[in-house]
Design a protein around this ligand. Structure first.
Ligand code: KG4
Ligand code: ZN
Length: 341
């Protein structure tokens, strides 16, 4: 018998995304982002995001089915991000997935967005899934996650206590008068700069109460103060030094977690995984620490539906019970739930 065909829907933030997988094989990954509609506000506006999901979801579904060359009637199970995320945005996905599951009489799984970001690694089927440390870094999250089993045993070891890593990139880019989203802009400008020009603070390092937590607000203040003090600062040097400080802290803590918990693998996901300096330093430090580095391809690192389908597929193969008909969106869903009942 062939493996189950699974469709995953993701609408937790500003991407309307649907992925289709068969077992651990990716068949379609369609992503429509409303990021341009938010750009002039300098951040995602929840009401605009919800409306954009409503307008996009039907055509994204049609395109995903066409890309996978399957009919909606062929789908064996539906997965949807139940949380965490923007409540109005999540509701569009949860309502759509519930309607499809009811109409076609197929099981529905409400999945945790954070787990799904890491479980997308399952779509590289040439690779055995093994326990790992996940470093999840995007505009909405900065967490270090211990993944003992993708479908059943996932624990947050630490998170940011203020801004997410991508948010820090976005805010610093604004201070430097670079465009939104700021991560790609800083990445580009920093290539021309000297990363050791300015010694910016590495927040919460050597803090025994926050071994795996992050704080980026002190770094943001330090950059703002530096620019006040040195009005003619070289933007490329500031960008490169800021980026170096973030990359250093993220990797120091993630690799420390891998060593402390005896994990041989580090998975980096989220939009900030696109950062070229993060990738470079991660490769060096993982090699030194004998940790295998896994960074999914970019369209699977930023928010996407394939990750939801991948985690749903793992739920099926692990015999996880499906969610109930009245599945609700959970805006602050924690990782004590990989799936929402
Ligand atoms: O995962 P994502 O697309 O959306 C969510 O936030 O869930 O991540 C977007 C974030 C933004 O903050 C953006 O500035 C950051 O990822 N980002 C980067 C780079 N590309 C995107 N940050 C640093 N370097 C990059 N090259
Ligand atoms: Zn995300």
């Amino acid at each position: 018998m062939s493996e189950p065909l699974v469709l995953g829907i993701e609408t937790s933030c500003d991407e309307t995304a649907i992925g289709i997988v068969r077992g651990r094989t990716l068949l379609a990954n369609v992503i429509l982002s409303s990021v341009e509609e938010h750009a002039r506000f300098g951040g995602v506006v929840p009401e605009i995001a919800s409306r954009a999901h409503l307008e996009a979801i039907h055509s994204v579904l049609t395109r995903a089915l066409a890309e996978a060359n399957v009919s909606i009637n062929d789908i064996d199970a539906f997965g949807v991000t139940a949380g965490p995320g923007l409540i109005g945005a999540l509701l569009v996905g949860v309502s759509s997935a519930s309607a499809l599951s009811l109409a076609l009489d197929k099981p529905l799984y409400g999945v945790n967005h954070l787990s799904a970001h890491l479980a997308v690694d399952a779509l590289d089927s040439s690779h055995e899934l093994s326990p790992a440390i996940g470093l999840l870094v995007s505009g909405g999250h900065s967490s270090i996650i211990k993944v003992s089993d993708f479908a059943s045993d996932v624990t947050v070891l630490g998170s940011t206590i203020d801004d997410a890593a991508g948010e820090a990139f976005d805010k610093i880019a604004r201070i430097l008068q670079l465009e939104f989203p700021g991560g790609p802009a800083i990445d580009r400008v920093a290539r021309e700069g000297n990363a050791s020009a300015i010694d910016f603070p590495r927040g919460l390092t050597n803090d025994s109460e926050h071994v795996y937590d992050f704080s980026f607000s002190g770094l943001k203040t330090a950059v703002a103060r530096y620019l006040q003090k040195v009005p003619n600062a070289v933007v490329a040097d500031v960008a490169a030094s800021f980026q170096e400080a973030i990359v250093d802290v993220l990797l120091e803590k993630a690799i420390a977690a891998a060593n402390a918990f005896g994990m041989e693998e580090l998975i980096i996901a989220g939009g900030v995984a696109a950062n070229s300096r993060l990738r470079q330093v991660a490769a060096q430090r993982c090699a030194e620490s004998k940790v295998r580095l896994r960074i999914p391809p970019m369209p699977l690192c930023t928010d996407n539906g394939a990750m939801v389908a991948a985690l749903t597929s793992l739920a099926l193969s692990h015999g996880v019970p499906s969610s109930s008909v009245g599945l609700e969106a959970q805006s602050s869903m924690g990782l004590s739930h990989v799936f929402w009942a």
